[in-house]
Ligand binder design. Structure first.
Ligand SMILES: Cc1cc2nc3c(=O)[nH]c(=O)nc-3n(C[C@H](O)[C@H](O)[C@H](O)COP(=O)(O)O)c2cc1C
Length: 324
């Protein structure tokens, strides 16, 4: 067993988190992570309405009696979803852990606090982590430049970002981005983190609801097979290298605006990749960690293997390096 401030504070067995994933963070995956002793997050906005989120939470409860959480990602948008109603659905459903991401969670904290909900805020820089600590979140997940999705604009990889954060923060820190196995977990603990968050690794598990072709592509891909889109918009996203992401980067380099790529990057196209396995239908998030992924295990096998191998690394291989 690996005991950390994170496992104690959030009441889970292992210091392993499955972060929110649009179109992927559904009941089956979240419950599989929970049953294996990790902390899984349902992705609120994958559900079309707050009522659908309530149903998804109920479905998850039918599949596990272990703790799990809900990710509510708040991004600037022209037609924003009813965020406050999603937050109310989380609270009224009795969920006790929330992953916030995308922007400052401060407006939602009083309601979460009053309901006894613990907040793990995901961010991409030390300054945002310090701000989150100041406003009273219970822990932070910090995404390095390696991560799938939005790495921010600072381009600082985890090897620097995590110790730069843990040396100044007092609350539990979850290292995120580029972690796919026991070596990443042990490295994160050595950098001062209290656990790890993984997206790409959980995307490629048996219980992840995406098409088999996408999982096989992740196994086939190396760490070189991603693209950074939206750099010119200062809203960078790391996605799989494919015909669409290359085209988006090309249009951006030629001076194109968001309007010029809007149709190519639509959520509907991305969803088609995950649901139909059409790998060039749109953009889809995946991180550098795909270069370390060689199989499609169940969450139980993955988590048990990571913890067992991490214990072996710490007590065996690493301890054996110390000359006496
Ligand atoms: C397909 C996919 C969708 C994601 N969607 C979200 C999201 O909606 N909200 C969020 O906070 N993070 C999202 N993420 C980021 C993950 O929660 C996590 O922070 C990230 O994947 C960590 O990096 P890694 O992929 O290298 O493990 C997504 C990641 C993937 C792979």
């Amino acid at each position: 067993m690996l005991r950390t401030r994170f496992t104690e504070t959030f009441g889970v067995e292992h210091p392993i988190v499955q972060g929110g994933m649009m179109w992927v963070g559904r009941a089956e995956l979240v419950a599989a992570v929970a049953n294996a002793g990790g902390l899984g997050f349902i992705t609120a906005l994958t559900q079309p309405t707050p009522d659908d989120l309530r149903t998804e939470i109920e479905r998850t409860r039918e599949l596990t009696d272990k703790p799990f959480g809900v990710n509510l990602t708040i991004l600037p948008s022209i037609n924003p979803p009813p965020y406050a109603e999603y937050a109310r659905a989380i609270i009224e459903s009795g969920v006790k852990i929330v992953e916030t991401a995308g922007s400052n969670p401060e407006p939602f904290l009083p309601a979460y606090r009053e309901a006894g909900v613990k907040v793990l805020h995901k961010c991409t820089s030390v300054r945002h982590a310090l701000k989150a600590q100041k406003i009273g979140v219970d822990g932070v997940s910090i995404d390095g430049f390696e991560c799938a999705g939005h790495p921010g604009e600072d381009d600082v990889p985890g090897l620097i970002l995590i110790p730069a954060a843990t040396r100044v923060l007092d609350i539990p820190v979850i290292a995120s981005g580029g972690i796919a196995d026991a070596r990443g977990l042990v490295a994160a603990l050595a950098l001062g983190a209290d656990g790890v968050n993984m997206g790409t690794r959980f995307l490629c598990t048996a219980e992840s609801s995406i098409a088999q072709q996408v999982k096989e592509q992740i196994v086939a891909n190396s760490e070189l097979d991603t693209q950074l889109i939206f750099r010119t918009l200062r809203n960078t996203a790391r996605v799989a290298d494919n015909a669409i992401s290359r085209k988006v980067v090309e249009i951006e380099k030629a001076g194109g605006t968001f309007e010029d790529v809007r149709e190519l990057v639509s959520g509907a196209r991305g969803r088609k990749v995950f649901e139909e396995g059409d790998l060039d239908a749109g953009i889809w998030s995946t991180g550098l960690a795909q270069g370390l992924i060689e199989d499609i295990p169940t969450c139980a096998v993955l988590i048990e293997r990571m913890v067992r191998e991490a214990e072996g690394l710490i007590t065996g291989q690493l301890a054996g390096l110390v000359a006496r």
